[in-house]
Write a protein that binds this ligand. Structure first.
Ligand code: B12
Length: 394
């Protein structure tokens, strides 16, 4: 069997294992080495220091496995556009679509393992190594080489039929396979993603500054979110899809009505207020096997508080007041911040009483700042009320 026949066979197997697309890339050094190095130098990876590690391998995928020659790149569609999500609760529309159902890592790894077994059974002695997301691999560049998609200006890989609503994984092999042809540019002169990113996270096409990306702050960042960043996050609770939602290449219809990425009933009922008060035991129970666990319980609660503060809806006041007693100081601090954004006199009372009990210096600072804001607003209102009083004319 020649390389071409092997490629066809293996890609057909990949589809049988449940992937939506598969292609082959011949391994070679990255063509975007300089762009990647400059991205790191500028610190545009934020605190994701793992991206600085194993740089030799990341930039040269031939080092991944002894004798590695080609990679079978796979794509799995997500995008439950019209499931119950859009109508249920106030939380789920603000969770990135890829994360609403099962964790894609496990789903894709199991399928890649099955593919590797079939390859090794058919071609004994073949070396394989698989990765989904977490390996030292520039997955988008590799998948672009395999014709799985082409880089968009928002840095996501795009395909003419499925847009960017797909996830990537790859199986490195020692087999010599025939590469697939790359896809040509799909962006043309369009710059909608760059213009509509709520935080202006794209300094130029094909470059994302993580320090300005909502996805980075809500998923990757641990601890307090700097106060100047909070208001720009809007009400996203986990990830962000804006640069994909505005992309005209992305289909506006639901291509994949069933599947692992749909929100299951046991989570659909959760709204922002119940997320903010979630007990650890229940969190483990309902978030087991999801990508949202990456943010951890404290991170999800922190993000819920920020989203509430930015929505400014007074109905959130009881949940936020209660969160001032949360076990985690960051959650308490972000709840205090949100109360400062939407609070009233009752919130001042709650914050004052919380300040009396609060020992964590950072959280004390958050409470004090919010009290200041509310008193200033109260003061302004009072001044306004005084100014509106009828003046004596006698
Ligand atoms: C770190 C990371 C992030 C970071 C940084 C994102 C970034 N743009 O780099 C944060 C947390 C912000 C993030 C967010 C998201 N991520 Co992410 N992330 C990764 C991860 C782990 C590494 C990416 C990386 O190496 N970045 C470094 C930059 C420099 O590399 P790059 O973006 O791959 O860029 C390459 C090309 O743009 C190319 N290039 C550079 N200049 C130019 C110029 C031209 C003209 C061309 C053609 C190409 C080109 O060279 C670069 C290096 O090879 C990958 C998995 C992996 N191992 O690759 C997933 C991955 C990229 N993420 C993914 C997803 C789904 C997301 C989100 C959509 C999730 C969400 N909804 O919130 C957002 C999208 C935000 C965005 N617009 O990128 C998918 C993307 C699938 C796809 N269709 O593209 C991946 C591949 C995970 C997976 N296994 O499926 N992510």
């Amino acid at each position: 069997m020649d390389g071409g026949e092997k490629s066809d066979l293996i890609c057909a197997w990949a589809l049988e294992e449940g992937f939506d697309r598969a292609g082959v890339a011949v391994l070679d050094r990255s063509e975007h080495e300089e762009a990647f190095e400059r991205w790191l130098e500028r610190g545009e990876h934020g605190e994701m220091s793992y991206l600085e590690k194993r740089r030799d391998v990341r930039l040269d995928p031939r080092l991944i496995l002894d004798g590695a020659r080609s990679a079978v790149c796979v794509a799995l569609h997500y995008h439950p556009l019209r499931d119950s999500v859009e109508s249920e609760g106030d939380l789920w529309p603000r969770v990135a679509r890829y994360a609403r159902g099962s964790d894609y890592h496990g789903v894709m790894e199991r399928r890649l393992e099955a593919l590797a077994e079939r390859i090794c059974a058919a071609f004994p002695g073949t070396g394989t190594r698989l990765y989904v997301d977490t390996g030292p691999v520039l997955e988008r560049e590799l998948a672009a080489r395999a014709g799985i998609g082409v880089a968009g200006k928002n840095t996501n890989l795009l395909h003419p039929e499925s847009g960017s609503w797909f996830l990537l994984g790859e199986l490195f092999t020692t087999l010599e396979l025939r590469p697939d042809p790359p896809i040509s540019d799909l962006c043309g002169s369009c710059t909608r993603c760059l213009e509509e990113c709520p935080t202006g996270a794209f300094p130029e096409p094909y470059r994302l500054d993580s320090n300005r990306c909502i996805s980075y702050w809500t998923i990757e960042h641990r601890g307090p979110i700097p106060s100047h960043v909070r208001s720009s996050i809007g009400d996203w609770v986990f990830g962000c899809d804006v640069c994909q939602e505005v992309c005209p290449v992305n289909p506006g219809r639901d291509l994949w009505p069933e599947g692992e990425f749909h929100l299951p009933k046991r989570r659909a009922d959760l709204d922002l207020a119940s997320l903010l008060s979630l007990e650890r035991e229940r969190y483990v129970e309902i978030f087991r096997g999801t990508a949202m666990k990456r943010a951890k319980l404290e991170g999800l609660k922190r993000n819920a508080a920020v989203a509430m503060g930015n929505r400014g809806d007074k109905r959130y006041l009881p949940a936020l007041s209660q969160a001032l007693c949360d076990a985690d100081p960051t959650v308490r601090g972000h709840a205090a911040w949100a109360l400062g954004r939407i609070g009233n006199e009752a919130a001042v009372e709650v914050l004052e009483s919380a300040l009396g009990d609060e020992e964590h210096p950072v959280t004390r600072g958050e409470i004090t700042a919010s009290l200041q804001v509310l008193r200033d607003v109260g003061g302004q209102k009072q001044n306004q009320a005084q100014a509106d009083l009828p003046t004596r004319v006698d």
